[in-house]
Design a binder for this molecule. Structure first.
Ligand code: TEU
Length: 540
């Protein structure tokens, strides 16, 4: 397979709102990112993915863009962004931007003109007549309620799969597509290194046929985008494709087909919800399901295609609170298990801000602390289904998106050093114990473990093995024990990871090779058991 720089890169996701505030408005900003580049360099990551910083009324925290060509003043200026890129490049770090192409903000000039009755711009969006005073269909928005919003002056409804302030663009209109391609090229010409493409599997939708993700025209559009934007440029693209299965993943990430470098698929994150129901219907994770899902994807893309591996992002609860252990006795060990597995799988690893510190999710006390439009809308919807407020709050505490969006914990000063003002979303009070300052340079910290795992990926003797080696699962008789190997030529890497707080009987003896990293002291590792939340990696 042809080697690409993004195969052995580690990507770090920044959620700018919550990263570092330098202007004192309680919201993170571009200068804050610049200030922390040395920290990111120390961690060793190669690529930063920034969640959107374009002009936005912040209905969906920036995933509602009102001007694709400018930075929101809350975050800084275009000049700041150019400086950020230069400062990052000077440190050997690349930056990919977030592209939200399925919808705009209702404050985008295109939509405003459409509302003013301009036919040209009206066709930038998806409009239909109602049926006998009702919406055109019963399609529901992902953020609750009908996906159709009535506009009285036009006596028509526009379509929105997310909030009603995020009207869907009409991808069937070639003018729209060309406008978007022009904008993509603008950012590439500035020197940005690629993109994460938000809900890109929705662009081929056919609303009248109720086809949303993976619609018939999707691949044509993605290939057109490739030809008009990415061809001939050495960029990295990661398509967010929530509903992709392995076949779809191969199609979009097979280099021959000229679509994307890789994708995000969401099979794993649906494992702790009731099958076929919304994400709010909680179900405990069965670790066998988790392991089997990882194995399935590792095997599925072993010949063709390229996956992205992640435990966290800005839409998901923090994994430590979700599937790990936040008890102070185990928190760091457990965080290191996730780190070790993430960086040992085949595919590009993604670290979400704060994950490298073992940050945990905040258990919100009541609805008034919440900011996310999805959660706020959901409260009303589920009250309508007869759920009690306690039950709703419990679901939000487990699955709400604000959970992972609380600000970065830089040090033990006020607000974790994130801002010297009122933060836009509360800071997790555990910042006194969990923060960057206490971890950088500390040999045993979660930060240092991430740093070491990232270093391994770059070490010439083992880099190829970690990046391109074949994945092989080694079955165990305990669902919490995950053992797998990576193999390339004569080299062999064995990962032994215990996802539980139990001692597990396991015969380590057959594992050949030397320990290259572990979260337990080498002397304490014995031949016939695996300790609670132990991860040990052997190299032969
Ligand atoms: O998310 C897409 C997506 O899958 C959402 O449905 C989201 O994960 C949802 O919260 C799951 O319950 C992307 C962005 O990552 C997200 O932040 C945006 O809100 C969304 O698209 C709309 O742009």
């Amino acid at each position: 397979m042809e080697r690409k720089w993004w195969h052995n890169s580690v990507v770090y996701q920044i959620y700018p709102l919550s990263f570092k505030d330098t202007s004192g408005n309680g919201i993170g900003d571009v200068n804050g990112i610049i200030e922390k580049l040395d920290y990111l360099k120390e961690l060793g990551v190669d690529v930063l993915w920034l969640s959107p910083i374009y002009k936005t009324p912040l209905d969906d925290n920036g995933y509602d863009i009102s001007d694709y060509y400018d930075i929101d003043p809350l975050f800084g200026t275009l000049e700041d962004a150019k400086r950020m890129l230069k400062e990052a490049h000077d440190r050997g770090i690349k930056i990919i931007m977030d592209l939200v192409l399925n919808h705009t903000s209702d404050e985008h000039v295109w939509f405003k003109k459409a509302l003013d009755g301009d036919e040209y711009y009206k066709d930038f969006y998806v409009w239909r007549k109602g049926k006998d005073g009702n919406p055109p269909s019963d399609v529901q928005s992902i953020f609750s309620g009908s996906a159709w919003e009535y506009v009285e002056e036009m006596d028509e409804y526009f379509f929105h799969l997310f909030s009603k302030r995020q009207p869907d663009l009409n991808w069937e209109n070639e003018v729209v597509r060309n406008e978007l391609y022009k904008m993509i090229n603008f950012w590439l010409d500035l020197g940005f290194d690629g993109f994460r493409l938000d809900v890109i599997d929705l662009i081929g939708k056919e609303v009248d046929n109720k086809i949303f993700s993976n619609g018939p025209k999707m691949h044509d559009y993605i290939q057109e985008m490739y030809r008009k934007c990415f061809e001939g440029r050495d960029v990295m693209t990661v398509g967010e494709m929530g509903g992709a299965n392995i076949e779809m993943a191969k199609l979009v990430s097979d280099p021959e087909r000229k679509e994307f470098s890789m994708l995000f698929q969401f099979e794993m994150i649906a494992l702790d919800q009731v099958k076929g129901k919304s994400k709010w219907e909680l179900k405990e994770l069965d670790f066998d399901d988790l392991k089997n899902n990882i194995i399935k994807w590792q095997d599925g893309l072993s010949e063709v295609g390229w996956n992205s591996n992640f435990w966290n992002n800005h839409d998901q609860p923090r994994v430590l609170s979700r599937w790990g252990n936040t008890d102070p006795k185990y928190r760091e060990l457990s965080a290191k298990v996730f780190a070790g597995v993430l960086h040992s799988l085949r595919g590009t690893p993604y670290v979400y801000q704060g994950e490298e510190l073992g940050m945990t999710g905040y258990k919100f006390n009541d609805f008034s602390e919440l900011k996310d439009v999805e959660s706020l809308n959901m409260i009303e919807e589920f009250r309508g289904y007869g759920w009690s407020d306690e039950k709703i709050l419990e679901s939000i505490r487990v699955k709400g998106r604000d959970n992972s969006r609380t600000p970065m914990q830089w040090n033990d000063s006020n607000n974790g050093g994130f801002t010297n003002n009122e933060p836009w979303l509360l800071v997790n009070p555990n910042y006194k114990e969990i923060n960057a300052e206490s971890q950088v340079g500390n040999d045993n910290s979660v930060f240092t473990f991430y740093k070491k795992m990232i270093e391994l990926r770059k070490k010439s003797e083992i880099s190829d093995l970690l990046v391109y080696g074949k994945f092989e699962n080694i079955p165990t008789n305990n669902k919490y024990l995950f053992v797998f190997q990576r193999k390339l030529d004569m080299q062999e890497l064995t990962v032994v990871a215990n996802f539980s707080n139990e001692y597990i009987k396991y015969d380590n003896e057959f594992i050949s090779g030397n320990i290259i990293i572990s979260n337990y002291d080498e002397e304490k590792i014995t031949g016939n058991e695996v300790k609670p939340y132990q991860i040990t990696i052997y190299l032969k």
